[in-house]
Design a protein around this ligand. Structure first.
Ligand SMILES: Nc1ncnc2c1ncn2[C@@H]1O[C@H](COP(=O)(O)OP(=O)(O)OP(=O)(O)O)[C@@H](O)[C@H]1O
Ligand SMILES: [Mg+2]
Length: 1105
């Protein structure tokens, strides 16, 4: 630790001691050391010797006179290596200013005057930079200045770490815990006006940057007996006086307290005023501090109420009462005080009264209430007051911890500051002093172990040549007190727990028995056993030879204080109080949690907590501040030699100096040492490939360090004087600066180069892009120009070339193009707009342009023909034949006969009379040679009068196609016998073989058909020229004259290949029985339904409908 910025340990060193001591080899000339120190005027410019290691000659006397000289010149701090000796100046010195903080913050330990700030800086920088947990052990007897020293360390650390808002709050909270704890835990003693009556260990936690995060306070055994009793000229705890002096009248009234201390039993009758201490101001400071820490108003008030209750308990007076049983009893004398207390804590008076005046003992599940005597009552009252106060103090510490504790889980570094009560020797020393001195004994042990024993053992381990330095090892005293196998504390516990009557005498007897021959134990009995008469040792006392002196302890009260008994009734009464804070202090008063098991004794608890503390301290890097009290009068400028000499002795300062002088100030394993200093030699910088030890040797020999300054152990290198180390550090600092400059130079060069190259690259890039862009623009421009020129040139050339064709051909080309375009459009339009495929639909889109009219007409025709063909293709044979017949009829009659038009939709049926179903015909049909073409009913006109139309029965007129059996016969009319030649037969209605008439081949005379007939009725007039000529022509009336004529025409054409000689006219002549008759067809009157023939001579008029 020690030196800022290096990781080695600095411990006792060296030494040429004066021959009289006979200790240690004279390994170094003190004069030479002093010479070396001349190089550092700041260290030497002090009074006497700043570091006792440099003292020459070294003796108790010289050490003392050095301390005295310095003290009288207000140099209160002196080093023994890294240990700071602080002599209490008992006056304010101007050495704690902000400027001083500044100086020590940036200075070097050995470059500055000895100061408590130097050790604080050393510990803090080692914690911050080296990541080593630190502890600062402040020891010394009561009034030596430990508490002040701890506050100085804390304020220094607070001043040098950063000043952010959060940090300031934490720092404030940590610092403000002092006035609060001092108010409740400090008191005036004969030795010290502000004596700590509790032990305090505070862990301050830092983050990796060295900023305080919070802390944790542990408190050790408060001297609670002071609450109820204190020696004359001492005081109770400060808070009581502060409260009475500083509280406002309303507050005092509320707390039911009197301002005058003499009204309160626990405060004594003496004048409570202390010189230089203003209780009222301090009370205000305590309240402010509590607010800063984070106490709420309610919490502060409750705290004061409980404090007031403790004071009020002291005011409670008991009086003896007479009981019928004759047993002693007691009662409350001043009931108003009881009432006040109960009002303050919210409890029924009767409960507290009963708890104070009687005791309930539970035995075999029976409760026995016994009255207490006045003495027992007072004992119970005081025990209650002590318990309330000590529990309140514990609560206070816990509450402060709640505020300052660190919650974040990050890894923390810790600096522990231990300020524990100092070694005490009073006239009458009791259990408290025994415990306090035991604690100091343990701290001394730690000091011895870490600075003297461990140090020397390490030299042996490392094989360093060493002459042992003798020192007093206080382990034997520690064992005497705390040994688990029968130390004083264990025997005390046994005595406390032992059934039967126990007393101071029995305890003492036990001690005598166990330690009668122990060299550090004395009692009347042990002395008389040794045949020594010691009148200074009362029979109730025993004496322990502590490291710091012999202390006579009065065994009376040890057992009670160790048991620390509080009647259960009182704890239960407190638990019943409505006052939340007070109630929370007595969880053991809860009947549900009541246990018959004895709680651990005070001694046991203290031992356990001290052992935990020791473990904690061992785990950290120790820094020592050894406080010395210069006089018993707390007077400035007084230096009592004897008093200081005894302290120098028991603190083992001389041994400390000897070991340090004989030993080595600094040691470090080879590897880290090489790492730290290898930059100082060209042999090891920048790289060392050998072993670390060789490297360190090469390095240190290269640095011209005198060999006597160095020792090479098995694993570590040892450096004798801090000055050598300081020298090394200084060289390293300069070298680091040099290297930093090189790094800086290289870095700056690199940065500028990089920057330059970046700029250059950027510039090149920008130029390249710019040039590219400019060139592209130029090229585009040129390209456009070239294209334009090219276009013009080509155009000119082409125009020149095509000039000759251009004008003559252009129109035709254009026209052709337009024409094609129009045609294309027309066809496409047509394609999308074709009329339906039904034959009867003759629609067709009109031609969009006139020049397309013909083509459109043509297309219409083609389309129509195509439609018809498609229609025809799908026709059946019958339908086709019928259509052919219709076509034939059309050829014959179209445009010639009126009736023709309306007849077109009427289908030709052929067989109108159902001939084919006629059984007779069917019989004949089998023999017939041709297919039946037509069978219809006709009427024959009477030749004689022309009237026969009605009278003449209708005839069937079958017409047969030529039969297969007579292949040559072109036509056949049925019904005929098979052998019959085909004949035109106007058949009878009743089917029978009929007479042959005009054979078909001879038929072509003239078949006359009237041209006009309106609807339905037809006249057929075949002119007979054949064999039946005698009868003349037959004038027939048929409803289907067009079909009859058409079929006859067809049969005739088929049979004879001759067309029918058909005359369609309204006037024609006919031959009736050799007379020629002129027939005229006229339109009959409207409404008549059938043709009527009127014959007049040789004229006949046919009226048609
Ligand atoms: N560095 C100092 N400068 C000025 N006065 C000091 C200094 N150190 C101590 N004192 C004075 O000495 C008194 C006692 O000091 P302090 O309370 O620190 O003793 P202590 O060692 O803590 O004693 P105890 O063991 O009784 O608590 C202080 O009240 C203060 O007046
Ligand atoms: Mg103190």
């Amino acid at each position: 630790m020690l030196f800022p910025g290096h990781g080695g340990e600095v411990v006792p060193t060296q030494s040429p001691l004066d021959g009289s001591t006979g200790l240690g080899p004279v390994s170094q000339n003190p004069g030479a050391r002093a010479g070396a120190m001349e190089a550092n005027p700041s260290v030497l410019a002090t009074v006497g010797v700043g570091d006792l290691v440099l003292l020459d000659p070294l003796s108790e006397e010289s050490l003392l006179s050095n301390l005295r000289e310095r003290f009288l010149h207000k140099e209160i701090y002196t080093y023994i290596g890294n240990v700071v000796i602080s002599v209490n100046p008992y006056r304010q010195l101007p050495i704690y200013s902000a400027e001083m903080v500044e100086q020590y913050c940036n200075g070097n330990f050995y470059a500055m005057k000895p100061h408590i700030y130097a050790i604080a800086e050393d510990a803090y920088s080692s914690l911050r930079d080296r990541n080593r947990d630190q502890c600062i052990l402040i020891t010394g007897e009561s009034g030596a200045g430990k508490t002040e020293a701890s506050k100085l360390v804390m304020s220094y650390v607070a001043a040098v770490c950063s000043k952010g808002a959060d940090v300031t709050k934490v720092k404030e909270q940590l610092l403000q815990s002092n006035p609060v704890l001092e108010a409740f835990g400090n008191a005036k003693t004969i030795r010290n006006n502000n004596s700590s009556r509790f032990g305090k260990y505070m862990d301050v936690e830092f983050d990796f940057k060295g900023e305080p995060l919070g802390g944790l306070i542990s408190n050790y055994l408060l001297e609670k007996s002071r609450v109820v009793w204190h020696v004359k000229n001492e005081r109770n705890f400060h808070i009581f006086y502060q409260l009475l002096a500083g509280a406002s009248d309303p507050l005092l009234k509320r707390l039911k307290l009197q301002r005058d201390c003499r009204h309160h039993g626990y405060l004594g009758d003496e004048n409570p005023r202390l010189p230089g201490m203003d209780d009222a101001t301090n009370f205000q400071a305590v309240q402010d501090a509590m607010r800063i820490i984070g106490f709420s108003e309610a919490e502060v008030m409750q705290l004061l109420e409980v404090t007031a209750v403790v004071l009020k308990l002291g005011d409670l007076q008991l009086s003896g009462q007479f009981q019928a049983s004759g047993m002693d009893a007691c009662g409350i004398q001043n009931i108003q005080v009881l009432r006040d207390i109960c009002e303050l804590i919210g409890l029924q008076e009767s409960i507290l009264e009963q708890a104070l005046c009687s005791r309930t003992v539970e035995a075999k599940q029976e409760k026995v209430v016994t009255a207490l005597s006045v003495a027992q009552g007072y004992f119970g009252r005081d025990a209650l007051a002590k318990n309330i106060y000590s529990r309140l103090f514990d609560w206070l510490v816990t509450r402060i911890n709640e505020s300052i504790q660190v919650t974040a889980g990050e890894r923390r570094k810790v600096m522990g500051v231990l300020d524990i009560y100092g070694f005490e020797i009073f006239q009458d020393n009791s259990f408290e002093q025994f415990i306090i001195n035991y604690c100091n004994e343990k701290l001394q042990q730690i000091f011895i172990l870490m600075t003297l024993k461990e140090e020397q053992e390490e030299y042996f381990r490392e094989g360093i040549k060493w002459t042992p330095v003798t020192f007093f090892d206080n382990s034997i005293i520690c064992d005497l007190i705390e040994s688990g196998k029968g130390g004083i504390l264990v025997l005390l516990d046994e005595e406390c727990l032992r059934p039967g009557t126990v007393s101071a005498a029995t305890f003492l007897a036990k001690l005598d028995q166990a330690f009668g021959s122990h060299e550090h134990y004395e009692s009347r009995k042990s002395q008389s056993d040794r045949h020594i008469t010691d009148t200074s040792l009362p029979s109730t006392c025993f004496r322990v030879h502590h490291y710091a002196g012999k202390v006579t302890y009065n065994a009376t009260g040890f057992i009670e204080k160790n048991t620390d008994r509080l009647y259960r009734g009182l704890a239960q009464a407190m638990w019943q109080a409505k006052h939340t804070l007070l109630r929370s202090l007595f969880p053991d008063g809860d009947p549900k949690k009541a246990s018959l098991k004895m709680p651990p004794t005070a001694g046991f608890q203290f031992k356990a907590s001290i052992n935990t503390l020791m473990k904690n301290l061992y785990s950290k890097n120790p820094n020592y501040i050894r406080c010395i009290k210069p006089n018993e009068n707390q007077a400035p400028g007084q230096f009592t030699d004897e008093l200081v000499r005894s302290q120098v002795r028991y603190l083992g300062l001389l041994e400390n100096v000897r070991v340090r002088r004989a030993g080595y100030a600094y040691r470090q394993p080879y590897q880290p040492c090489l790492e730290r200093y290898r930059l100082l030699s060209t042999h090891t910088w920048p790289r060392w490939t050998g072993t670390a030890r060789d490297g360190v040797q090469a390095l240190l020999s290269d640095l011209d360090i005198p060999p006597e300054e160095l020792a090479y152990g098995h694993t570590k290198v040892f450096i004798r004087t801090p000055q050598t180390l300081f020298n090394l550090e200084e060289r390293r600092r300069r070298r680091v600066e040099e290297l930093a400059t090189v790094i800086q130079k290289t870095y700056r060069g690199w940065r500028c180069r990089t920057q330059y190259q970046l700029m250059r690259k950027s510039q090149i890039l920008i130029s390249a892009w710019f040039r590219g862009h400019a060139q592209k623009k130029r090229y585009q421009h040129m390209k456009r120009a070239a294209l334009l020129i090219q276009t013009y040139a080509r155009g000119w050339k082409t125009r020149k070339e095509y000039k000759k064709y251009f004008r003559s051909g252009a129109t035709a080309r254009l026209a052709c193009f337009i024409y094609r375009r129009l045609l294309q459009k027309f066809f496409l339009g047509l394609k999308n707009n074709l009329p339906p495929l039904t034959v009867s639909d003759r629609s067709w889109p009109p031609a969009p342009y006139r020049f397309l009219t013909n083509a459109n007409q043509e297309l219409k025709t083609i389309f129509y023909h195509w439609k018809c063909k498609k229609y025809r293709d799908q026709l059946s044979l019958e339908k086709r034949a019928a259509m052919q017949t219709k076509l034939c009829a059309s050829e014959l009659f179209k445009g010639k006969k009126t009736r023709y038009g309306p007849s077109v939709p009427e289908p030709f049926q052929g067989d109108y009379v159902g001939l084919q179903k006629n059984p007779k015909y069917q019989k004949l049909q089998a023999a017939a040679r041709g297919k039946l073409v037509l069978a219809d009913t006709v009427r024959k006109v009477n030749q004689a009068n022309g009237k026969g139309l009605g009278g003449f029965p209708p005839m069937s007129m079958p017409l047969h196609a030529p039969g297969e059996r007579v292949p040559n016969s072109p036509c056949a009319l049925a019904p005929c016998h098979a052998s019959d030649p085909p004949t035109w037969v106007p058949a009878l209605s009743a089917w029978r073989p009929c007479r042959l008439h005009t054979p078909i081949p001879e038929l072509p005379g003239v078949l006359a058909v009237p041209a006009q007939d309106a609807d339905g009725t037809w006249c057929l007039l075949p002119q007979q020229t054949g064999t039946g000529g005698a009868k003349g022509d037959v004038l027939l009336v048929s409803d289907h004259v067009i079909e009859v004529v058409t079929r006859v025409h067809q049969v005739l054409l088929e049979t004879t290949q001759q067309a029918l000689n058909l005359q369609i006219a309204d006037q024609f002549s006919t031959q009736f029985k050799k007379s020629s008759i002129a027939v005229t067809v006229v339109q009959g009157p409207k409404g008549h339904l059938e043709p009527v023939c009127k014959k007049k001579g040789k004229k006949m008029e046919v009226l048609v409908c």
